[in-house]
Design a protein around this ligand. Sequence first.
Ligand code: PEP
Ligand code: MG
Length: 324
Amino acid sequence: LSKELESVTDLPCETLDGHRINMFVNTGLMADVNISLQRGAEGVGLYRTEIPFMVRDRFPSELEQMEIYRQQLEAFYPAPVTMRTLDIGGDKSLPYFPIQEDNPFLGWRGIRVTLDHPEIFLVQIRAMLWASESLDNLRIMLPMVSSVMEIDEAMHLIHRAYLEVLEEGAHVQMPEVGVMIEVPAAVYQIKDFVQQCDFLSVGSNDLTQYLLAVDRNNRRVASLYQAFHPSVLRALKHIIDEAKAEGTPVSICGEMAGDPRSAVLLMAMGYETLSMSATSLLRVKWVLRKISLAAAQELLEQVWKMDNAAVIKSHVDLMLDRAG
Ligand code: PEP
Ligand code: MG
């Protein structure tokens, strides 16, 4: 890690003209926690709960889950920790819960699995709630949502779990519940979704994959997987505009948040909370501190006139080089 990058560790992520960005981190294993804290993470925007499930040979019990979640919540307390409910299927399978499908990314994934298995979902929510006792820095987030009905069903189960733990004597507040925007259908239902939840978080990895119809893990089409594709950028702008109009907070937790070039564009669009892997935190902060919001907005205005991902990317590169 270079001295120059290290020097921004304890400084806020603030642009030259004083615009403040929240720097959140994505976590999975406990190993991510120390490095996140060392590098000045201000909270967890995405805790991938499937990761502790993947390293086991059976479903962790409610108590086991509670202990794992408690460690995350305690480590970041009082900063918020956004726990995503189990997001298996697609490319993430559990050895003890195999899913065989021809089109796994269009199949049984994320919230679809857990709504079909409410017993898995309820145990997980109960474990999160117990873990949050007397800390109350838990936020819950739902993956792969494509309709309001899924939010309704999930909220119903979350309330049920909440009432259960209260009756059993837990001292815990009802956490905020958010929805991931990572399926194109969700992009066009922001106004409906925000009626049912407290916050949104954009999963740009899946959103890019589904908007462009490009498997995010298929090498043969890797060159077509373009975060700077004009359609991806327009979708991201549409999401933030709609959510802001409704006064609902939105963050972004896909890889785009951790690439300084796309982070600049996201900030210009109006995203104020970026969640990324711990290894990207200092680099993104260093770059954002070197530029002004006004310059980023000017850059974005130019980008809207461009029709090609490669051109957009090199244009942003050029501007960042000039900024130092
Ligand atoms: C995403 O899809 O952008 C995301 C953050 O979730 P994951 O990469 O775990 O699918
Ligand atoms: Mg995703």
